[in-house]
Design a protein around this ligand. Structure first.
Ligand SMILES: [Zn+2]
Length: 134
């Protein structure tokens, strides 16, 4: 996995993007760097169906790479608090993959909040590609 351009930098504490009390779906969207199409990630279902996320083809090795990229250890907390989740999200138009990172925290009893912490474009890297070459 080759991590490229950061579309949403990993900063310190941010305001949550959604909390458990929000009734309607709320999506986090950004523009694809390749085709300029919109990539939209529904957040409410991620908060309400936590145990089913992350989904998709994100391997344990890739998760470790993501943690290394962000300088996290196995027990590190998300920058805004809580546990960190990594997902690979693909552009619906051109399939460019992105590393989508979010934290889920419980600031008070059963009150869950979700904060989008980072978005990075994942570059092509085949099995024989040397890391860091371009
Ligand atoms: Zn695209």
């Amino acid at each position: 996995m080759k991590l490229g351009k950061e579309l949403r930098p990993w900063l310190g504490r941010r305001k949550p993007d959604i909390d458990i009390g929000v009734k309607e779906e709320r999506a986090f969207a950004w523009q694809c760097t390749h085709c300029a199409g919109e990539i939209s990630v529904p957040l409410r279902e991620r908060l309400h169906e936590l145990e089913t996320y992350p989904r998709g083809d994100f391997t344990t090795e890739e998760k470790k790479e993501a943690e290394r990229f962000y300088g996290m250890g196995q027990w590190s907390r998300a920058p805004s608090g809580g546990g960190i989740h990594f997902e690979k999200i693909k552009c619906p138009r051109c399939s460019t993959p992105y590393l989508f990172s979010y934290g889920v925290d419980e600031p008070s009893n059963s009150f869950l909040v979700l904060t989008v912490e980072g978005i990075i474009e994942i570059g092509e890297d085949g099995p024989n590609r040397v890391a860091g070459s371009d």
